[in-house]
Design a protein around this ligand. Structure first.
Ligand code: AMP
Length: 279
């Protein structure tokens, strides 16, 4: 496994290869969710590149950039065992040189849901993702459904900026109690993880209600609020039932496939989760 620490090392590695190259972008602190993406790349592609870059541009001033879990040695051991071909671990100073002045902005989808709570987040994400696409020149890229809005915006980035690559969506990997795996779960002890599992349980409750014929979004929103409010440690940032393509809120009743998504605070840590309801 090549550990490429500079852009030049990664580019030189890439340009010697005339095969199907998969790229899995991550911010490190790898867990089984990341590993599911990597395994899919290993299965489909001839060569797999995993990037590890804690991207400062996607963190707001009051967010957890400084405390975000980092464990490069552990990550490298995991990647080595998986037998990937190259890990790209660039320095911040090389990715964002002091005169960096061009960021990419999406003007519609990124204003909603997560974008409403985190105004510069998606610009930070698609700027780094574009740079990684340009450096690694992959034929295939792998992203998780855990970050559903991110995935939708990255698909739009690929379409609108004519990136010639295939984007693969990988289902959310969860722990046994339903909690979506996330690097941020490292902030929690076991009892906090148990509390956090109520986020997915509440999403499943909404799914069960729709299955039972309840299509009224106001009723569903009240059911979700009540379910979360039962657990004093959890606070809702937002809960949304939105059209899967436009991400516009459904105003009255569900009549086509929706993204049901939420952001919840637990002891100052912001957790997101979602389910898709197909109609
Ligand atoms: P991150 O390191 O959090 O930026 O995540 C890197 C990639 O892993 C993104 O495409 C995420 O959507 C994906 N990912 C994170 N957690 C999970 C999970 N629990 N299941 C599947 N994919 C995930």
């Amino acid at each position: 496994m090549l550990i490429a620490r500079t852009i030049q090392e990664c580019v030189s590695f890439r340009y010697k290869i005339n095969k199907r190259v998969g790229l899995v972008p991550t911010m490190g602190a790898l867990h089984k969710g990341h590993i599911a993406l990597i395994k899919q790349s290993l299965k489909i592609c001839d060569i797999t590149i995993v990037s590890i870059f804690l991207n400062p541009k996607q963190f707001g001033a009051s967010e957890d950039l400084d405390s975000y879990p980092i464990d490069d040695l552990r990550d490298l051991k995991i990647l080595n065992k998986l037998n990937i071909d190259c890990v790209f671990m660039p320095l911040k100073s090389e990715i964002y040189e002091s005169d960096h002045s061009i960021d990419i902005v999406e003007n519609k989808l990124s204003k909603l849901l997560e974008g409403d709570s985190r105004p510069n987040f998606f610009s930070g994400v698609i700027t780094i993702v574009s740079k990684l696409f340009n450096i690694c020149n992959p034929s295939d890229v792998f992203f998780g459904e855990k970050d559903a809005q991110q995935l939708i915006i990255i698909k739009k980035l690929i379409k609108d900026l004519n990136y010639n690559l295939i984007c693969h969506a990988i289902p959310t990997v969860r722990s046994e109690n339903g909690l979506a795996l996330s690097s941020r779960n490292e902030y929690f002890n076991e009892s906090q993880k148990e509390i956090a599992s109520n986020i997915y349980k509440s999403l499943c409750l909404i799914k069960a209600k729709i299955d039972g014929g309840e299509y009224n979004v106001n009723v569903l929103k009240k059911i979700f609020s009540k379910s979360i409010d039962n657990i004093p440690e959890l606070q809702i940032d937002y809960f949304s039932i939105a059209d899967i393509h436009t991400l516009e809120e459904v105003s009255k009743t569900i009549s086509s496939t929706v993204l049901i998504s939420t952001a919840i605070l637990l002891d100052g840590v912001r957790l997101i989760d979602n389910i898709e309801y197909v109609i």
